[in-house]
Design a protein around this ligand. Structure first.
Ligand code: SAM
Length: 231
């Protein structure tokens, strides 16, 4: 069933191939062409990536471990994963994002360690991976689509799923951020917050439980990070 008004996903794809791509390429980049708020979001997101890498390496080396990075964006997680020796499958609904990620990966990694890049929405991903990671993508999913999305990610994973999302507890603070995330005409691209209890319930329904929790907050950035494992 489509969303009311038709195709949230199409709107997201279109956004991240156009204005959203330009905006997020800057935020996720290194240059100074960002304002104070964008700089803060860049910092917050970098902390999420760092925390995810800590969770990922805590259980042992990533060498030879298969990792699916669903909604990889510009590759900010895929690249450090590959540097640790993981066999990375990186995909994103936006062709522009995937092209940017691939370009950056080629600058930083030797040919044999390059992630396998693919333009694909995460519902169309198949196969089995030791670990599935999905950072800051759930914000594009309304609650009625989130359960299915989480179930699908879990179905791709053998050992663990690592997921980050904007937590509902920070509702009022995040309103400020949402204005910053989707300014102007592209405000049509909605941002959805999720309660930790809802995410936990969605995981439990398919036989997974939360095993680790983290939280990243800066002034304008809030992200709950969880690791889930089979029950
Ligand atoms: N995970 C990356 C990171 O943390 O650096 C990027 C996060 S960015 C806020 C969200 C990304 O999710 C965008 O690149 C967008 O194109 C992608 N995305 C949104 N909906 C998607 C879907 N249904 N399937 C795959 N990717 C999706």
């Amino acid at each position: 069933a489509e969303e009311v008004g038709g195709g949230d996903k199409e709107v997201v794809r279109e956004y991240f191939n156009s204005t959203g791509f330009e905006r997020w390429r800057k935020i996720y980049g290194e240059t100074d062409e960002v304002n104070r708020v964008q700089k803060d979001i860049r910092l917050g997101h970098a902390k999420t990536v760092e925390n995810a890498m800590l969770m990922l390496t805590e259980e042992g080396s990533l060498a030879g471990v298969t990792v699916c990075d669903a909604g990889c964006g510009t590759g900010l997680l895929s690249i450090p994963l590959a540097k640790e020796g993981a066999i990375v499958s990186a995909s994103d609904i936006s062709a522009a994002m995937v092209a940017e990620a691939e370009m950056k990966a080629k600058q930083q990694l030797p040919e044999e360690n390059l992630p396998r890049f693919e333009v694909n929405d995460l519902e169309s991903l198949s196969g089995k991976y030791n670990t599935v990671v999905c950072l800051d993508v759930l914000i594009h999913y309304p609650q009625n689509k989130a359960d299915g999305m989480i179930a699908h990610l879990a179905s791709l994973a053998e050992k663990r799923v690592i997921l980050s999302f904007a937590p509902k507890t920070f509702y009022y603070d995040i309103l400020k951020r949402i204005g910053e995330l989707f300014p102007g005409p592209s405000k049509a691209t909605r941002a959805y917050l999720h309660s930790e209890a809802d995410v936990e319930r969605a995981l439990r329904k398919v036989g997974w439980k939360i095993s680790k929790r983290g939280l990243t907050t800066t002034q304008f950035y809030f992200s709950r990070l969880i690791e889930a494992v089979p029950m």
